[in-house]
Structures are given as structure tokens and as C-alpha cells.
Design a protein around this ligand. Structure first.
Ligand code: ZN
Ligand code: MN
Length: 270
């Protein structure tokens, strides 16, 4: 039986909420360049896949991915000067997420999880989650809880120690890890047919000043390939390590937050 909401009937969906008090996960991504070697949908694809794997472990249901995200920024995603990088205004992303969460809550889900795959989304998803709780309360529904996290919310220190050897200039931090070794390795492990290792650029790591500029000064700041850290040492082996770690991270967060008996779920369906 599928964990994907789009692949089950309303009858089966309702049964899982009523009998199992299933967690409903909402993956959020972006349409954003990821260098010449990876697809524009990388963030959405990975948020969806991490959610699917976590849902299989906790008996959850994955709602359709919100595939567009907030605008790519030069220092974290290369910015808006790449054909195909297609961002939403922040208030639209907040409202989109608010509508989805509030509808899921109105029709019976009480355990909601927003799984973010795009760095720039984070505070607009916070706003959408806050607004959804406010809207549900105004409708008299006060038993909905929303967990929100980036699937790579944290990386274990020992994993960073291990990865250090693959970064010629040292680990640059998660915000510069755009189209770099971590994302490329994860894609190589999960979706190798979507990665073209022959096209991995050899740009040096990006060197940004400690501020942002508008309009974006991407032509000066961002490596022409759009990759912010060298990805040449990527491998499916590194990818497996990271996928296992991040699926554990998401699963652990869901279990810690929503661990409770299915028995109290009956009163939760309006
Ligand atoms: Zn990405
Ligand atoms: Mn991104």
C-alpha cells in the first residue's frame, strides 16, 4: 500500500487517520539551478523522497510536494540569474503552505509535518505554519500540531569529520552546500540517472562577502556553473551515509513529537 496521499482513496486516507492517527507529511522544495550536473527540481525531489522514506518507517502519509519555493539567494542557491530558477514571493509561499496545512487539519489530520528541502524557505514555512494554527483555532480546531524541519536540519560531527577529506578547502558549512558533495552524493545514491558526473564543474568554492545585495550581484559573486562548492569527489557511498542519517533524523523527530496511542484518535476527526 502506498504512503503517497495522491495514490490512495479518500476512504483509505480517512481510515489511516481514524485507526492509525497517521502523521501527514508535507514536503516543500524549490525550482532552482543545481549546477550543470543536476536537475532544477533537486530540492523538491529530495524533500519528497526523504519524506517518503520516513513515512514508511512511522506509518505516515506523504501529501503532494509543494514543488516551488522561495527565491534562490546568491549566497545559498546561486540567486536569480540562472534560467529556470523560478521562485515564489515569500507571502505566496506562506499562504500556500497555510492553505494546505489548514485544509489537512480541517479534514481530520492532527499530526502534520513540514519537511523542507530548500534553505531559503525556512521562515516563510514558519509563517505558514503559524497562520495555519491560527486559522484552525478560529474554526474551533485546537488539536492540530505541526512539526517543521529541514531534512538536513543537523549533521553529526563525526559525519562532518569524515566528509572533511573530500573538501579540498575544508567543509564550507551547510548553506554553501548547494549542488556540492552532499547534495550530489545523495542524488547519486537515490537517483543516479538524474546526475551527470561528466558535467560536474571544477570551479573553486564561492567566496561571499558577509552581506546580501539587491538587486543580486550574482555575476560577480556566484561561480558561473552555479555550484557553490566543488562536487567532484561525490559518490553514492557518501550519499547512502547521508540519506540514512537524514531519514533517521526526520523519523526521530516525528517519533519524539507524535508518539502517542492511536486510541485517542477517534475524537480527533470532526
Ligand atoms: Zn538544493
Ligand atoms: Mn535550494
Amino acid at each position: 500500500m502506498s504512503v503517497l496521499m495522491a495514490e490512495i482513496s479518500w476512504v483509505e486516507y480517512e481510515r489511516r487517520l481514524r485507526e492509525e492517527n497517521a502523521i501527514v507529511l508535507v514536503p516543500v522544495g524549490a525550482v532552482e539551478q543545481h549546477g550543470p550536473h543536476m536537475p532544477l527540481g533537486t530540492d523538491a525531489i529530495l524533500a519528497g523522497e526523504m519524506s517518503r522514506r520516513a513515512a514508511e518507517r512511522v506509518g505516515g502519509i506523504v501529501a503532494p510536494t509543494l514543488s516551488y519555493g522561495y527565491k534562490s539567494q546568491p549566497r545559498t542557491g546561486g540567486g536569480d540569474n540562472f534560467p529556470g530558477s523560478t521562485g515564489l514571493d515569500g507571502d505566496n509561499l506562506s499562504r500556500l503552505l497555510c492553505d494546505v496545512l489548514a485544509e489537512l487539519g480541517r479534514t481530520g489530520a492532527t499530526k502534520l509535518a513540514v519537511i523542507d528541502g530548500h534553505y531559503e524557505n525556512q521562515f516563510f514555512l514558519t509563517e505558514g505554519s503559524e497562520q495555519a494554527i491560527r486559522r484552525l483555532r478560529a474554526q474551533g480546531i485546537d488539536n492540530v500540531q505541526i512539526l517543521k524541519m529541514r531534512y538536513p536540519e543537523e549533521v553529526k560531527p563525526e559525519t562532518l569529520d569524515y566528509l572533511e577529506q573530500f573538501y579540498p578547502n575544508g567543509y564550507p558549512g551547510l548553506d554553501l552546500e548547494h549542488g556540492g558533495i552532499m547534495e550530489t552524493s545523495i542524488m547519486l545514491y537515490l537517483f543516479p540517472h538524474l546526475v551527470n558526473m561528466d558535467k560536474v564543474p571544477s570551479d573553486p568554492p564561492a567566496d561571499f562577502p558577509p552581506y546580501d545585495l539587491y538587486p543580486h550581484a550574482a555575476a560577480d559573486w556566484v561561480p558561473p556553473s552555479g555550484v557553490l562548492t566543488p562536487a567532484t569527489k561525490s559518490s553514492a557511498e557518501i550519499g547512502k551515509l547521508l540519506v540514512d542519517e537524514f531519514v533517521d533524523l526526520v523519523t526521530g523527530a516525528l517519533e519524539a513529537t507524535f508518539r502517542s496511542s492511536a486510541a485517542d484518535s477517534k475524537r480527533l476527526i470532526p
